[in-house]
Design a protein around this ligand. Structure first.
Ligand code: GDP
Length: 303
């Protein structure tokens, strides 16, 4: 499948290292755990998450009286899944879309992360599900951003609401809401600017856009999706922290997972930010966006 193909780098690297470890150690001891720790950190799982996981694993190994490293593999995957879901169930990965009323999705993230591409893919996916989708070109800052969104709008066969470059993003989003209502749309997806050079301005701009959405559509935004580039590793994590301070991020779109062997970043994001990954990008084509499921993800790593 496309998912398996896109996850190839991470899967090969991770399962290769784990299998090698298991073959070399046979016995579960302190040295084994130490090397396991290194494998997980090198897969970008995140130091804090790895520490939690190793503690949990040690307890579980003791509890089940596991001696052989072959048996420990299942425990590792089970614990990774447990850490991911914590108190939540698998519903946390579903997109919050209202039936019979307009849902507004605000998409944020730094330039180059794959925001425009992901919006196009998401529009396509929702359209395939029979939803009436409208896009609002709220990135009025970056040169070419509006045209690029229009190209994706054509690919996904959805309307794009825009103004001229440099205009007020909040005004564009306002227009987008009006148009979405007039067209009886199911989903409005709002693009935003992603220049991080001027953090304060960007965050103020995002707050203003969000206020307009809140005022015009009760209960909205239904989702604030933060787009992060998986290949930037721990950098993505610090970006996520910055954005979640400014806006209430409800989900992550993790792009370019096909381009990295360090897919463990998914687990770090979830554990350290308490925000679920809702979608992963696995390529540049319109159908290369997949709904994320941690259970499938973790078990896929060990396959
Ligand atoms: P934006 O500045 O955040 O809007 O980023 P773009 O949507 O323009 O994407 C930046 C680059 O990343 C483009 O060349 C995209 O084709 C590429 N890209 C986006 N998502 C993915 C993905 O999931 N996989 C791969 N391989 N490339 C991606």
């Amino acid at each position: 499948t496309k998912y398996k193909e896109g996850m190839k780098k991470t899967r090969h690297s991770f399962s290769g290292k784990i299998n090698d470890l298991i073959a070399r150690y046979r016995k579960v001891d302190e040295d084994f755990f130490e090397e396991l720790e290194e494998v997980l950190i090198s897969a970008d799982v995140g130091v804090m998450t790895v520490m939690d996981l190793i503690d949990e694993l040690k307890m579980e190994v003791k509890r089940q009286n596991i001696k052989d490293t072959k048996e420990v593999k299942d425990v590792i995957s089970q614990k990774l899944v447990d850490i991911y879901y914590a108190d939540d169930d698998e519903q946390l990965e579903a997109l919050n879309i209202q039936a019979n009323e307009l849902s507004v999705i605000l998409v944020v993230g730094v330039n180059g992360a794959g925001k425009t591409t992901s919006i196009g893919k998401l529009a396509h996916q929702l359209k395939q599900q029979g939803k009436n989708v409208v896009l609002a070109a709220g990135d009025t800052f970056r040169a070419g951003a509006i045209e690029q969104l229009e190209i994706w709008g054509e690919r996904a066969d959805v309307d794009v609401i825009k103004q001229s470059p440099g205009s007020d993003p909040a005004a564009v989003i306002y227009d987008g809401i009006k148009a979405a209502k007039a067209r009886d749309a199911d989903v409005l997806i709002c693009d935003t600017a992603g220049r991080l050079q001027n953090k304060v301005n960007l965050m103020n701009e995002l707050s203003k856009v969000k206020r307009v959405i809140e005022r015009e559509v009760p209960g909205a935004p239904h989702e604030v999706l933060l787009v992060l580039d998986a290949t930037t590793g721990q950098n993505a994590l610090s970006q996520a922290k910055t954005f979640s301070e400014a806006t209430n991020v409800s989900g992550i779109v993790l792009t370019k997972l096909d381009g990295t062997a360090k897919g463990g970043i998914v687990l770090a994001i979830r554990n350290e930010l308490k925000v679920p990954v809702k979608f992963v990008g696995l390529g540049e084509q319109v159908d290369d966006l997949q709904n994320f499921n941690a259970h499938a993800f973790v078990y896929g790593l060990f396959a």
